[in-house]
Structure formats: C-alpha cells, structure tokens
Design a protein around this ligand. Sequence first.
Ligand SMILES: [Zn+2]
Ligand SMILES: [Zn+2]
Length: 295
Amino acid sequence: MGFEAVQLFHKVPTNILDERVYICVLNACAHAGLINEARQICEKIPFNQRTEQIYTTMVDTFSRVFLFDQAQKFIDEFEKSHHPSIPMYMSMLSSARNAKNALLSQKIFDRIQSNFSNVENCITPATVLLANTYALSGNKSMASIIRTKLSQTITKKVVGCSWTVVNRKVFKFRAHDRSHPCSQDIYAELDRLEKELIEHGYKYDESWIARPLNNDETVESVLSGHSERLAIAYNLIQRPTPTRIQVVKNLRVCGDCHTWTKLVAKTRRCLIVVRDANRVHHFYPNGECSCQDHF
Ligand SMILES: [Zn+2]
Ligand SMILES: [Zn+2]
C-alpha cells in the first residue's frame, strides 16, 4: 500500500521521525515502485541520519525498477564514508537476475567476491543468483559451469524443508519426502495440479535447478518434489478445502515454485502465505504475489 504509506508518512510529526519510520515508508515505496516519492523523502533525511539500512532501501527501490545507475549512485555515496555493505550488492544482484542481465550480474558478483569473500554465507547465494541469471538469459553452458563448481565447493548441503499446520498439528516435509502416511494422496494431488496448471500455461522452468541433474532425474521430477509443493498439496487434500494455507520454508523459494504457487492460488481460489528464508509471500486468489515477483 505504497500511496497510503506515503500519505501517512507526511502526517508523522517531524520530531518523532527516526530510522524506523524512514525505512518503513521507503520500503513501501520500493514495493510499490514509487521512485519519485522515495527520492523526495530521502532528500529530506539529513546526511548524518542516513544509515546503512536507509541506503540499502534506496538501492533496493531503484534496483527493483531496473534503474541500476541510480542504485549504484546510492552505493557510491554510501561508500564514500563507509565500508561496502553486502545487502546493497545482493539487492542489485537479485534485480539483475530479474532483469536477465548477465553482464551486470557478473560485474556485481565480481565486486562481491573481491569485497566480501570473508563474509560467511554470502558467496553461495550470490553464486546461485549469478548462475540463475546466466540460465535465464539463455547462456546455459555458463550457468552449468558455475553450478558444477558450486556443487564441488559446497561440503554441507542444506535440505529444503517446509512446515505447515493442518488441523492444529505441525507437519514437516523434506524435498521429495515420501514418509507422510498420506504421501500417495499428496503425490496424486500434485499430479492433478500439474495437469490443471499446464492448462493454465504453466511450464517447468529448468533454469531454477541449481545443480547438474543425476541420471535418474528429470526437470519435472526435481522441481515437483520441492518441499513447499508437498506442504501445499497436503493442505489441498483436506476436506473441506482450506481457503488459507500457510507454509514456512527454510530456504528461499525458487522461481519455478513461485510461478507454480501463484497459479495454485488462482486456480484453487485460496490465499497461500509462504514465509521463506528471505521474506513473506502472499499468493492471492487473483494469481499475484505480494512480492510482485521480486524475491
Ligand atoms: Zn522450488
Ligand atoms: Zn512472491
């Protein structure tokens, strides 16, 4: 609700304006694509009050609408007096992926590697984003080289898990889980959904598979076993069918599951809320997600 947030912001007495208020309204601008409003608000923030988070939100605002030069200006301004900040680069990198801009993605990735190689847990997600960008932009061979290298360097792989509550009980699903007593029904529901969604234009998007396929795997078998799909399908075989489904996932949702979940919310007319490692997605019955496909 970007416009409402900006209107409300202008009613906030100036003596109580602080970092939290600024971040809140700038975030709202970022999510609603209100770049002029964000810029006007930011210009009024005194330099000594512009924190790292405020700069990050501005970088995010401009990256989301693919105004990367403007985003870079905020990074440059911040770095005049601070050490580089990883969230700013990750924001640009994920927008570069959404823009399918492999050249820019590689440039940002190189800067991340030279500036943050000692920051734990940042090179792997950055590498996945880079590989995804190459795959999405059509350079599959480069994507596969990066993914192969990545799978050789990662020693400890985190298995994707999703949790959901059905009849007041918590159920956990691992990727490709078949341990649930209703497993057969869950996979039958996934098959039904697959047919339904394909009729609505769904196509498996292999560019989201972040590793080389094993011999016994197909694009379909890998993607359709992602844990949030199992959790959602389990909800959908309940009678009466729930109008609101809630799932928590330990990793970030992949783009293919994101498209899939949007279509499930639409065709089954329910609200699906998925909290992943990065954010909360509200998949509405109109087929849209609250993140506006930026995640
Ligand atoms: Zn997925
Ligand atoms: Zn989303």
